[in-house]
Design a protein around this ligand. Structure first.
Ligand code: HEC
Length: 212
């Protein structure tokens, strides 16, 4: 009977020698490499891919990550015809803080808010699931200032108003949506945290359960 044992032994020894040989090399030269194009990224001569933060000599600014093309619309974002209102920033200069209001003037803010009330309607059909989602989003994003019941008694006291007041009762859906999207006087915009559809869901929840 032929024994394969010596053959297997020789095979294993040859394989081990091969592995040892591939280890030879200095710290800079790594010896033999398996799939070098996967081991390196960026501008390395053996690289086949660029990762997000790799330097990249193909572009003038030397970066791999590119800015979105002008006019790119993020997923879940619906463009509207209302300009953003600018921002309020805080600066520290010589040990003193100063507020910098780079926002549109109050008359224009009011005009846009009223226009949104006339022009925008809620595109999301109202269902139990939508209301549940609206409640969740309200609790997460709004209740901290406006309170769980909307009475303006949230944990953070920044003068958030009572959302059950007659003034807010008179607001059409589009205006409520507008406030969440653009912010109001000191209230910040929630456009970057809450998607377009989710904002409309908050509006449903406000109208059905908070403002009533
Ligand atoms: C950081 C605190 C804060 C959070 C969070 C907040 N608000 Fe406000 N909100 C305010 C303040 C303060 C006012 C009153 C001053 C103003 O109108 O800017 C206000 C005003 C409002 C008004 C009335 C605007 C008007 O025309 O008088 C509405 C409606 C409103 N908020 C809805 C919301 C909704 C919905 C959310 C959640 C998406 C929310 N707010 C989150 C602080 C907040």
């Amino acid at each position: 009977m032929t024994s394969y044992k010596p053959l297997i032994k020789t095979g294993i020894i040859l394989f081990l020698i091969l592995i040892m040989l591939s280890c030879k090399g200095t710290k800079k030269d790594k010896g033999w490499e398996y799939f070098p194009d996967m081991a390196y990224t960026g501008d390395h001569p053996d690289a086949a891919v660029y990762e997000a933060y790799d330097p990249n000599s193909n572009f003038k600014d030397g970066k791999t990550s590119r800015r979105p093309v002008k006019g790119t619309i993020p997923r879940g974002y619906t463009p509207d015809n209302f300009p953003d209102r600018g921002s309020i920033s805080v600066k520290l200069k010589n040990g003193k803080y100063s507020m910098n209001f780079a926002t549109m003037d109050d008359a224009k803010k009011k005009e846009d808010a009223e226009k949104a009330g006339r022009e925008l309607t809620n595109p999301v059909p109202i269902t139990d699931k939508v209301l549940e989602r609206g409640k969740r989003l309200y609790t997460r994003n709004c209740a901290v200032c406006h309170g769980i019941q909307g009475k303006g008694k949230g944990r953070v006291q920044v003068g958030a108003i009572d959302l059950t007041s007659d003034k807010i009762k008179s607001y059409p859906s589009g205006r409520l949506y507008y406030v969440i999207t653009k912010g109001n006087l000191t209230m910040p915009t929630y456009a970057s945290q809450v998607s377009t559809n989710d904002r409309w869901k908050i509006v449903h929840y406000l109208e059905k359960e908070i403002i009533k």
